[in-house]
Design a protein around this ligand. Structure first.
Ligand code: SF4
Ligand code: SF4
Length: 226
């Protein structure tokens, strides 16, 4: 899932100051799972922003709503109701959701309330760790399901660096060395031979090095790929 984190409140206050009627909109997708941008967080932020103590003039009127996915134009047009007096929308979606909202609702200003941080997964209650950098050419089949791109601090492909110590990465003791994890996982899988195979250098073009990436699926109704 995409992990996001609420921006500092003073940054959000500064970005909404000057608007009079703000729709605070949560997203029911990834950012609700990591407890940053769902309905509960949108309600709490909407209440906070209506406090007079943050403003020299009258606070803005705030209203709150949540749609299931802000990154889907159909969800925005079908489920989002925006009153005429709304002069700004504060979005608790990831960057993809904010940009989709900005396109669909143009020229209404869409203000981001979150910092989008990484693609990750739950590792224990209340903790999410980065797992994938969307490199477009997945290597997990060779690495025991542990990503060296995202989980090794140096994105190494040929084993650990000299800083790997007792299973920890040299950057912090509490960060596991990805290559130690890969080694022990492959050992459990009886696939250590994969480490001896010579691979051609990774092609980084599908990873975004050739500009913004597009994925098109053909053969579905109204598909952009047909
Ligand atoms: S190898 Fe690439 S696609 Fe696979 S998990 Fe890592 S970054 Fe993501
Ligand atoms: S210690 Fe391990 S995870 Fe850290 S940079 Fe070196 S190889 Fe990568």
């Amino acid at each position: 899932m995409i992990i996001g984190e609420l921006k500092p409140l003073d940054e959000i206050i500064a970005s909404v100051t000057g608007y009079h009627n703000i729709l605070v909109i949560g997203c029911g997708g990834c950012v609700s799972v990591c407890l940053s941008g769902g309905d509960r967080e949108a309600q709490a932020l909407s209440n906070e922003l209506s406090q007079t103590r943050y403003y020299k003039e009258d606070p803005p009127a705030t209203r709150c709503d949540t749609i299931q996915r802000q990154c889907e134009p159909d969800f925005i047009t079908s489920y989002l109701k925006i009153s005429e007096e709304t002069d700004a929308v504060l979005s608790l979606a990831c960057g993809a959701g904010v940009q989709t909202m900005a396109t669909v609702l143009e020229p209404l200003p869409i203000i981001p309330a979150l910092n989008t941080t990484f693609i990750g997964a739950t590792t224990q209650p209340g903790e999410w760790r980065e797992m994938c950098q969307g490199c477009g050419d997945c290597l997990l089949g060779f690495t025991g399901g542990i990503c060296p791109v995202a989980r090794c601090a140096k994105s190494l492909f040929n084993g650990p660096c000299g800083g790997s110590q007792n299973g920890s990465c040299e950057i912090y003791n509490d960060v596991p060395c990805a290559w130690a994890m890969i080694f022990y996982r492959l050992k459990k899988l009886d696939k250590l031979h994969l480490l001896n195979e010579v691979r051609i250098p990774k092609d980084w073009r599908p990873g975004g090095a050739s500009g913004p990436r597009v994925f098109r699926r053909t053969g579905i109704n109204g598909s952009a790929g047909d």
